[in-house]
Design a protein around this ligand. Structure first.
Ligand SMILES: NC(=O)c1ccc[n+]([C@@H]2O[C@H](COP(=O)([O-])OP(=O)(O)OC[C@H]3O[C@@H](n4cnc5c(N)ncnc54)[C@H](OP(=O)(O)O)[C@@H]3O)[C@@H](O)[C@H]2O)c1
Length: 250
């Protein structure tokens, strides 16, 4: 992680801290994003049930170059937003608050997820599928489009210069079947998110907004959360759009 982080930091000048709107800030990915990349981005962090204030105080920003040493005042800015993605009104609220907090958004990371595992041969389970699709696919797309409608569509040149970007978290479950895992719903959502992201990338290309996907295996465990974050950061530091990066064991 330290070497990757060194590369990461080397590519960014101190004055241009990007603004990231982070969905799922209280989750495994979200917490580690704030922890390891909190010096690289100003973060509008969206929590659901997680207590944003207590998370904020528990969180310590870690300098990845010196993880044992706590640097003073490293976090540039952190703005917590509490929202429930099951609520359609959350879309406007999240975009409005994030844009009001920082004036603009450069990166949207969608790390929110609702897991509902169950047998695909159950009518009752299939009846619940739309709910899972709403939180895992529809709302994150709506949040990105809301930011586009309110801000990005007016600023194509700025979007190009700032390499504005949406990164959706999919999974290797979008590509593989794991027998008896109950992942019909989750897998389908993650597969849908991949294709929806690629379509959105194509539709937003004229306004120079990028849309990319990170598809990891289980973290922490099969892959490290640092690997997922490094991939995410690398994608954001580049200029590609419509890319799907799998993070799996070597
Ligand atoms: N961890 C893995 O092994 C793995 C592997 C492959 C892909 N992924 C993907 O990577 C992303 C991050 O995974 P993770 O492990 O960090 O997930 P996680 O720990 O389960 O966190 C998910 C987050 O989603 C938020 N959320 C759930 N329902 C919500 C709602 N109705 N409104 C707003 N937020 C809601 C939760 O908020 P609160 O905590 O505030 O309730 C939580 O912080 C997900 O897209 C996941 O599918 C994860």
């Amino acid at each position: 992680m330290a070497e990757r982080a060194e590369e990461m930091i080397g590519r960014q000048s101190p004055g241009d801290t990007r603004v990231c709107l982070l969905l799922g800030a209280g989750g495994r990915l979200g917490r580690n994003f704030c922890r390891y990349l909190g010096t690289q981005y100003r973060i509008a962090a969206v929590y659901h049930k997680g207590d944003a204030e207590s998370v904020r105080h528990q969180e310590q920003v870690i300098d990845p170059l010196a993880p044992d040493h706590q640097p003073p005042q490293m976090r540039t800015c952190f703005y917590p937003i509490v929202a429930d993605l099951t609520d359609p009104k959350s879309v406007e609220r999240i975009a409005e608050l994030a844009l009001a907090a920082f004036g603009h958004v450069d990166l949207i990371v969608n790390g929110a997820v609702h897991y509902d595992l169950g047998p695909g041969i159950s009518i009752e389970f299939l009846e619940r599928l739309p709910h899972q699709f709403t939180i895992n696919v529809v709302r994150p797309l709506q949040v990105a489009v809301e930011v586009y409608q309110r801000s990005w569509r007016f600023t194509p040149e700025e979007n190009r210069l700032l390499r504005r970007n949406v990164i959706n978290l999919s999974s290797v479950a979008a590509l593989n079947v794991y027998p008896a895992s109950g992942q019909l719903g989750y897998s389908s959502c993650k597969a849908a998110l991949v294709m929806a992201s690629r379509h959105l990338a194509s539709e937003l290309r004229p306004t120079e907004v990028r849309v990319n996907v990170v598809a990891p295996n289980t973290f922490p465990g099969i892959v490290g959360v640092e690997q997922v974050l490094a991939t995410l950061y690398d994608l954001d530091s580049g200029s590609t759009t419509g890319e799907v990066r799998v993070v799996d064991r070597e």
